[in-house]
Structure formats: C-alpha cells, structure tokens
Design a protein around this ligand. Structure first.
Ligand SMILES: CC(C)(COP(=O)(O)OP(=O)(O)OC[C@H]1O[C@@H](n2cnc3c(N)ncnc32)[C@H](O)[C@@H]1OP(=O)(O)O)[C@@H](O)C(=O)NCCC(=O)NCCS
Length: 166
C-alpha cells in the first residue's frame, strides 16, 4: 500500500491512502459509483473479482481517508491490443470533489500501467455538460482529445476519446 498525506492526495485530506481494491471495498465503491452516476453498485464486486482473476489485464485502485472511501479508478487492457489500456471508470465522492483525489488516482493509474508495460491509455467519455469536470481533468493531465464521434451514445450525444502515450 502506498501511503502519503502530502504527496498523494494533498494536505486537505488527513491519513489518505491509495491502493489496489480488496473484496471488502465493493460496498464503498458501489456507493460512489451510484452517487456519481457511473454504474450500478452491484457491478463493483464483479469488477474486483475480475481484477483478481486477470491481474495483468485489469485493476481497480481506491483512494480513501481513515475509514471512508473517497474515490476509485478502474482500468482494463484493451482486447487484441498490445499495451493499450482503457480507463473505464473514475469517480470521486461528490463531497470531496476538487480536493485533488481525481488527479491522484489518474497519476497512479498511469504509474500502474507503466509497470504493466502499457504503451497507451485511452479514456472514453461524452461531450455532455456533466462530463466537463472530467474532460478538464484529462486535458490538464496531458491527455489529447483524439477522437470525437457524433451521435455515439445517443442522438446528439458524442463519444469523446482522450489519449496519452507513455
Ligand atoms: C471527474 C472527477 C473524477 C474529478 O475528480 P476530482 O477529485 O474532483 O478532481 P481533482 O480535484 O483532482 O481536479 C483536478 C483538476 O481537474 C479539473 N477539474 C476538476 N473538477 C472540475 C470542475 N468541476 N470544473 C472545472 N475543472 C475541474 C481542474 O483542472 C482541477 O484542478 P484544480 O482544482 O487545481 O483547478 C469527479 O468530478 C467525478 O467523480 N465526476 C463524476 C464521475 C465522472 O464524470 N467520471 C468520469 C467519467 S468519464
């Protein structure tokens, strides 16, 4: 486990930690997933199990402070690629937005992918207003807007793909 108050999650969050998810984290991840509208809480335990059964193809990081879960990031190796990873989900508890947790998670996602010989990371999102914080986070973290697919998710809702090369 990596522990550092100042270097990881900033001085605003006491006793912060960032580590790989464990089975007992599924409830906390599920709560944040639903609070942020990312996916149903019931999917969390399945994701964690998948990471244990395919450790070189998927991982889930969690950030927290003392006993509370504050955020998570889930990544998968893209099938049929050599070293292209997809950040499938990143979410931070709404009460803690703008405290540096999203950036810390993204930074550690990149470190982890490097250790797994990853070459490229992509992040698929939308052009909706609700995703503006995420798009700003990716742009300010050095991701390039690589693709824009009109009407992908729904009529008038585009897919936006961010890309970074290691
Ligand atoms: C996107 C998300 C993970 C960001 O997490 P966070 O912990 O609030 O982000 P950080 O505090 O690390 O912010 C880092 C930078 O991102 C940008 N940013 C984050 N939130 C922003 C907002 N609401 N408006 C504008 N810029 C924002 C800023 O550049 C910020 O740096 P700054 O605070 O020094 O200006 C969080 O908003 C979230 O959980 N959103 C809901 C789920 C979601 O949309 N996930 C992504 C799906 S593709």
């Amino acid at each position: 486990m990596i522990k550092s108050r100042e270097n990881l999650l900033g001085p605003l969050i006491p006793n912060a930690y960032l580590r790989d998810a464990a089975p007992e984290d599924s409830a906390g991840i599920g709560v944040i997933a639903e609070e942020t509208g990312l996916f149903p809480a019931s999917m969390a335990s399945q994701m964690i199990q998948g990471c244990f059964s395919r450790p070189n193809e998927a991982f889930l990081l969690v950030a927290g402070s003392d006993d509370s879960m504050l955020g998570f990031a889930y990544c998968e190796l893209e099938r049929l690629t050599s070293g292209t990873w997809n950040l499938r989900a990143i979410g931070v508890a709404p009460k803690c937005h703008r405290s540096g947790i999203g950036s810390a998670l993204l930074h550690h996602v990149e470190k982890k992918i490097s250790t797994l010989d990853g070459r490229v990371i992509i992040i698929e999102t939308t052009d909706e207003t609700a995703q503006e914080p995420a798009r700003v986070l990716y742009s300010t973290s050095g991701y390039k807007k690589e693709a824009y697919i009109r009407d992908f998710w729904d009529v008038g809702v585009a897919k936006v793909v961010f890309w970074k090369h290691f």
